[in-house]
Write a protein that binds this ligand. Structure first.
Ligand SMILES: C[S@@+](CC[C@H](N)C(=O)[O-])C[C@H]1O[C@@H](n2cnc3c(N)ncnc32)[C@H](O)[C@@H]1O
Length: 385
């Protein structure tokens, strides 16, 4: 533990947040902030214990709870957390999200595992300050060959933390081989997006591969390295991938070449590219980036999505499937349904909801932390009259 434990008094009424296992406390929810920065015990106005966490008034979230039982934030604590995270992911193969922030009881930390290499992101001041405690614990529990850091996310800038990118432990190849169900992607870690690969779409990619049939036509928009498009190609379908990230499309090209598969590629902005295409496609996938970071951005983003979905529907074959994902917490399932309804109305097209999916189990969704549900996917099928 770093230094003595501080004490923080939570405003009357707000203690219920911590009692209900919600880890974040904002400035105006603290009755008496401690002097200084560091590990802090939160108590209610009667002095009763609530949680142990990290206090730093420079953070967007000045107090984040790490544990809801009394005890230190020492190496043994973190070992326990990592061991539990690992246990819960048994049987998921060689690539998965090992730590998903507060939903794994580790606020501000993301760790993705790609075989013997870990790629991590530190997104909060508390996690950054405790690095020397949790990093050795992580190495001990997982015993990776190498650890790479990609702490260059927006959340980190908002915390006022400098970027950290590079090898933090052991050996990490410059180009990491990421395997998923027999597909292998050569990912250049320094240039890739996020931690290198979107593990959270794995189950959707599997579902998609089970549905696509030989000879069908598939349009994978926002393809990144073509996780969907390559699966379509290996099922004997025609696949066209669209993305604005040239580096990612290069990885897709290499992955396809190695497997002897063909995927057509369009480099460019999604909406104008869609406008220039001709259908029909039996599956159209729309997996945009986190478009909405703040609630006030929602209406404009929904209008943009309606435009996108309208184009996607124009290209959709009779009885074809449209896959619409949102990885923004603020853009909820109801918003996706509304967007689809508005676009369908514009074209007089009838659709049925084939399936709704959520993020897979290695990206846990805590009942007590609404923001931990972020990925929703709506699979719609054209329903001719
Ligand atoms: C959530 S990722 C897609 C992940 C991918 N479906 C997969 O399974 O790995 C979003 C992708 O959208 C791309 N992108 C972002 N804005 C774009 C735009 N305006 N037009 C085209 N692609 C865009 C990014 O480069 C990124 O690869």
């Amino acid at each position: 533990m770093l230094g003595p434990v501080l004490r923080l008094v939570v405003k009357a009424g707000k203690e219920r947040k911590l009692r209900n296992f919600y880890p974040n406390l904002y400035r105006d929810e603290i009755a008496a902030p401690p002097e200084g920065v560091g590990v802090a015990e939160a108590v209610d106005v009667e002095g009763r214990f609530l949680a142990v966490g990290y206090y730093d008034p420079r953070s967007r979230v000045p107090f984040r709870a790490f544990r809801f039982d009394p005890g230190p934030l020492n190496r043994a604590f973190f070992q326990g957390r990592f061991a539990r995270a690992l246990r819960r992911r048994q049987g998921l193969g060689e690539s998965y999200r090992l730590v998903h922030g507060e939903a794994d009881g580790l606020p501000g930390l993301v760790v993705d595992r790609f075989g013997e290499v870990l790629v991590l992101q530190v997104r909060s001041r508390g996690m950054e300050a405790l690095r020397e405690v949790w990093l050795p614990a992580l190495l001990e529990v997982v015993a990776p060959k190498g650890v790479y850091e990609r702490s260059d996310v927006e959340a980190r800038r908002q915390e006022g933390l400098p970027e950290r990118v590079g090898v933090v432990y052991g050996e990490v190849p410059e180009v990491l081989e990421v395997e998923e169900d027999g597909l292998r992607f050569p990912i250049p870690l320094a240039l890739a997006q996020k931690t290198g690969y979107y593990l959270d779409q794995r189950e959707n990619r599997r579902l998609f591969e089970a549905m696509v049939r030989p000879g069908e036509r598939v349009l994978d928009v926002y393809s990144y390295v073509g996780g969907f498009a390559l699966r379509a190609a290996r099922k004997g379908a025609y696949a066209l991938a669209v993305d604005k990230d040239l580096e990612a499309l290069g990885v897709l090209d290499q992955a396809a070449l190695r497997l002897g598969l063909r995927v057509d590629i369009r480099h460019g902005e999604a909406l104008p590219t869609l406008r220039g295409l001709e259908g029909p496609f039996h599956h159209v996938l729309l997996d945009p980036p986190t478009l909405v970071k703040r609630p006030e951005e929602l209406p404009a983003m929904k209008r943009h999505l309606v435009d996108l979905v309208r184009e996607a529907l124009r290209l959709l074959a009779e009885e074809g499937f449209l896959w619409l994902s949102s990885c923004s917490y603020h853009l909820r399932l109801e918003d996706l349904l509304e967007v689809a309804r508005r676009a369908a109305a514009d074209l007089g097209r009838r659709l049925r909801v084939h399936r709704v999916t959520y993020q897979p189990e290695d990206h846990p969704w805590s009942l007590h932390i609404p923001e931990s549900l972020y990925l929703k996917t709506l699979v719609l099928q054209d329903d001719p009259l």
